[in-house]
Design a protein around this ligand. Structure first.
Ligand SMILES: Cc1cc2nc3c(=O)[nH]c(=O)nc-3n(C[C@H](O)[C@H](O)[C@H](O)COP(=O)(O)OP(=O)(O)OC[C@H]3O[C@@H](n4cnc5c(N)ncnc54)[C@H](O)[C@@H]3O)c2cc1C
Length: 311
């Protein structure tokens, strides 16, 4: 049978919104859509797919890639192999996809963000979307991980609700056991909500300088954030990191001091309304993105700004 298997992600009892992107891509692929989900009481819009198969396994068992390998075997036994197996582009989605592809020797394309139906080509990002790779899959069900936010507009309701089925669970493997979730350290400040961010980079020199930039942020009524080295050195808490492995921010003003402008940083702040950069190196890449720039020593600029702001 020709179908697309959507391996949905249910975490802490919530049907993750990013599943809608897998369903949207499934709709573009034009196949019958079979949605796989763990047992549990949560809401699924059953009009979005053709069949929902609930596996009688707890969420943490289902999310384990080794168990997923055996769940897939059961699905193949009952329905035959699909044409596509779609996972979410998340930490558990990507590991389960990689494991399943390795187990069965299926082709895998991760972080799919667009699909050209006519050419049968999937697009995958490199270098924070600076370059995209075009991929075709051949020789087996293609395992895809789907980027969140890329396809949800294609998920449309069908006339009838999906056929609901249940499938026996698999015994949990004990080579990797889920223990518990650890909450992210609570932060009093959410940098994604700030209107004015003063962001400091390695250029500040050392930890002793942080307090003076915190003071500057105070007088400017800005919130202090930083580049990754500043967080890695523990000068600021992780919740203050801007960039691909930190937060994406879009303040009205982003004042970058002593930040070079590596693409991992730029990806997290390039959509700010007004970017001001201060750097002693006129060739620093941050100036390519800045609306205003000051080529000079950040400490001198800091002191001058404090002087002006204090009147
Ligand atoms: C997988 C991965 C994920 C990453 N994620 C992130 C991320 O989320 N966020 C992030 O920021 N980075 C991230 N990085 C790191 C990134 O590649 C850069 O190394 C980092 O952004 C550089 O930080 P920086 O600009 O503070 O330091 P540097 O690149 O060292 O730049 C310091 C700048 O300060 C200037 N400077 C020095 N002294 C002065 C002075 N007295 N006056 C004026 N200017 C001065 C220098 O000219 C220089 O341009 C990631 C890297 C990897 C591999």
């Amino acid at each position: 049978m020709s179908y697309a298997l959507i391996v949905s992600e249910v975490r802490r009892g919530v049907f993750e919104e990013r599943n809608l992107d897998s369903i949207g891509l499934g709709a573009l692929l034009g196949k019958e859509m079979v949605l796989l989900a763990p047992d549990g009481a949560y809401e699924i819009n059953e009009k979005l797919v053709d069949a929902v198969v609930k596996v009688k396994s707890a969420e943490d068992v289902y999310l384990n890639p080794m168990n997923m390998g055996r769940i897939l075997e059961q699905v193949f036994g009952a329905r035959g192999k699909p044409d596509y197996i779609l996972f979410t582009q998340s930490s558990s989605g990507t590991e389960a996809a990689a494991y399943a592809a390795g187990l069965y020797g299926f082709p895998v394309i991760t972080d799919v963000s667009a699909y050209d139906k006519e050419a049968g080509v999937f697009l995958k990002s490199y270098y924070s979307d600076k370059v995209f790779g075009q991929f075709k899959a051949s020789g087996g069900p293609a395992v895809l991980t789907v980027r969140s936010g890329s396809f949800r507009e294609f998920a449309g309701e069908k006339a009838a609700a999906a056929k609901a089925e249940t499938m026996e669970g698999v015994p949990a493997v004990d080579s990797r056991t889920f223990v518990d979730y650890v909450e992210e350290e609570k932060s009093d400040i959410d940098i994604t909500k700030a209107e004015f961010l003063l962001s400091i980079g390695r250029g500040i020199g050392n930890q002793d300088e942080v307090a003076s930039y915190e003071e500057l942020a105070g007088v400017l009524r800005a919130v202090l954030s930083g580049s990754r080295p500043v967080i890695d050195k523990l000068w600021l808490p992780k919740a203050r990191q801007v960039g691909t492995s930190g937060k994406t921010v879009k303040p009205k003003v982003y004042l970058a001091m002593g930040i070079s402008g590596a693409f991992q940083h730029i990806a997290g702040m390039k959509d700010s309304d007004c970017i001001i950069a201060v750097n002693k190196d006129a060739e620093a890449p941050i100036f390519q993105y800045a609306h205003y720039g000051i080529i000079g020593d950040i400490h001198k600029v800091r002191d001058k700004l404090k002087e002006i702001a204090k009147g």
